[in-house]
Design a protein around this ligand. Structure first.
Ligand code: SAM
Ligand code: SF4
Ligand code: F3S
Length: 471
């Protein structure tokens, strides 16, 4: 009879692992708990890690106290995100002590801090950057012998995008599909180019194949993801990629995120005019309504250039929802600069915006210059918080007005699933990405079905509606 070690190797081999990988991770069946911080890139990476570990007899547990491996996939975009990691590590420390679980940190803080994180957190077993996910099985083995940080970059020509397991998406209406990684821009506030490396686009054939496989198992909406996805160059340009994916049979909806306004080409605007399966929602981060601030941010557009692209989008697809990001309290931001951000909010009437207080990040141009000249002066925290509150209050009013305009309309909703685990409450999204709550059970509103829904109530961030029939 096989011992548990070789049995697990055989299981891993049977599930598609190479002989070397299977040897590297010859363990008894185990449980992994994953805590994901940050953006969709991290969500997608965590999903790939779980799929990879599944080939080595790991199953996912939602309870860290049951886990043999606790993985934290981290975000470094603001200091607060880093603090969240440190407090989470404190919580998981006792699970590690009680059960002897391995504790590992991946993602953007891992890439930024490297072995400094091992020195700071003595009970941490290993640290790995986003380019090292494929080595996870070997790293788990290695962690039995030593503590280490694996944060090298893979060369562009060797980079292999991990492929999603379509079976893991069975029963789901929507899925993220990675289109590219990294970022070649140099926005002076942003750490992402340092934590995710240079831009690499995934070949379009791989993207098409993954989307087609997802559609086969019932996924109806894909979101193509990348930090700067409209600079995609994986054998075709981004508008062509969108059209190819939109042409796949059985996929009803295509979305993408996130985009730099600089790369919003006329061809992309035209795709919105001609391709109805590309959903009418565009997240177009502006960051500030003041040109001198945009210049110091190295965003490479003026407010008028931004608005020119914004208006072309709205003209190409009337009713399109446009959302954005703002940073307040960027170094040297005057009251007048901030008023311009408020004016832009009123002028563009964004459907929603995400706003943040500037957080100085290591390596970045703005953090290096902070305090070096009057135009780089540090903004007192209380001033930044007051600005954030004004911006968010104004946005809440504008968003509520936009939602109220949906009242009594009949909208198309792609059902995604149960709302907060409740049996008789379901939710889905409109083409514009508005969340709609339904009083219905799974039989009336199964995941993946598109329904015509009459909007009966409008809230600040969601709608409620009743089912009229199939869309
Ligand atoms: N790639 C996107 C783009 O070009 O706009 C942005 C991605 S970033 C992960 C998401 C948002 O975080 C940014 O749009 C920005 O508003 C915010 N952000 C990034 N760095 C920040 C910092 N140092 N302080 C505060 N907010 C920041
Ligand atoms: Fe960061 Fe700018 Fe790249 Fe967006 S485009 S990820 S804000 S450097
Ligand atoms: Fe955060 Fe890294 Fe995404 S810094 S926002 S997890 S790319």
């Amino acid at each position: 009879m096989s011992d548990p070690v070789s049995l697990t190797s055989m299981v891993a081999r049977a599930r598609g692992a190479t002989a070397a990988e299977a040897r590297a991770c010859a363990v008894t069946p185990r449980k992994v708990f994953v805590h994901t911080f940050g953006c969709q890139m991290n969500d997608a990476d965590s999903a790939r890690m779980v799929e990879l570990l599944g080939r080595y007899a790991f199953s996912v547990t939602p309870h860290p106290e049951d886990a043999d491996l606790i993985l934290l996939n981290t975000c470094a975009v603001r200091e607060k995100a880093e603090q969240k990691l440190l407090s989470a590590l404190g919580r998981y420390r006792e699970h590690k002590a009680r059960r002897g679980a391995l504790l590992a940190v991946g993602g953007c803080v891992a890439q930024q801090e490297k072995d400094r994180l091992l020195a700071r957190v003595p009970y941490l077993d290993f640290v790995f950057g986003p380019d090292n996910i494929a080595k996870l099985p070997e790293m788990i083995e290695r962690a039995r012998r030593e503590r280490f940080a694996e944060t090298g970059w893979m060369a562009s020509e060797e980079y292999l995008f991990p492929r999603a397991d379509p079976q893991a998406a069975r029963g789901r209406a929507t899925a993220f599909v990675t289109a590219m990684k990294g970022c070649d821009n140099v926005c002076s506030f942003c750490i992402v180019p340092y934590t995710r490396g240079r831009e690499i686009s995934r070949p379009f054939t791989e993207i098409e194949e993954e989307c087609a496989a997802l559609a086969e198992v019932g996924v109806r909406e894909v979101t193509l993801i990348g930090q700067n996805v409209n600079s995609y160059a994986g054998g075709c340009d981004f508008p062509t990629l969108l059209r190819r994916v939109a042409a796949l049979p059985m996929l009803a909806r295509v979305r993408f995120t996130t985009s730099h306004p600089h790369d919003l080409s006329d061809a992309l605007v035209e795709t919105f005019r001609h391709e109805p399966r590309v959903m009418p929602h565009f997240h177009l981060p502006v960051q500030s309504g003041s040109d001198p601030v945009l210049l110091r941010m190295r965003r490479d557009y003026t407010v008028e250039e931004y608005m020119g692209r914004f208006e072309k989008l709205r003209a190409a697809r009337p009713g399109m929802a446009i959302t954005t990001d703002f940073i307040v309290g960027f170094p040297g931001e005057t009251d007048e600069d901030f008023e311009r951000s408020l004016q832009l909010l009123e002028r563009a009437r964004f459907d929603n915006s995400f706003s943040f207080v500037y957080s100085p990040r290591p390596h970045t141009g703005a953090a290096r210059r902070l305090g070096s000249a009057p135009e780089w002066s540090e903004i007192p925290r209380a001033v930044s918080i007051a600005r954030l509150e004004r911006l968010q209050t104004t946005q809440r009013r504008i968003s509520s007005e936009a939602m109220a305009r949906e009242l009594h309309k009949t909208v198309e909703v792609l059902v995604e699933g149960a709302l907060d685990g409740e049996e008789r409450r379901r939710f889905g999204r409109t083409p514009e990405n508005r969340v709609v709550h339904l009083d219905a059970d799974e039989a009336q509103a199964p995941a993946g079905v598109r329904l015509a829904v009459r909007v009966t109530r409008a809230h600040a961030n969601s709608l409620s509606g009743e089912i009229v029939g199939p869309a």
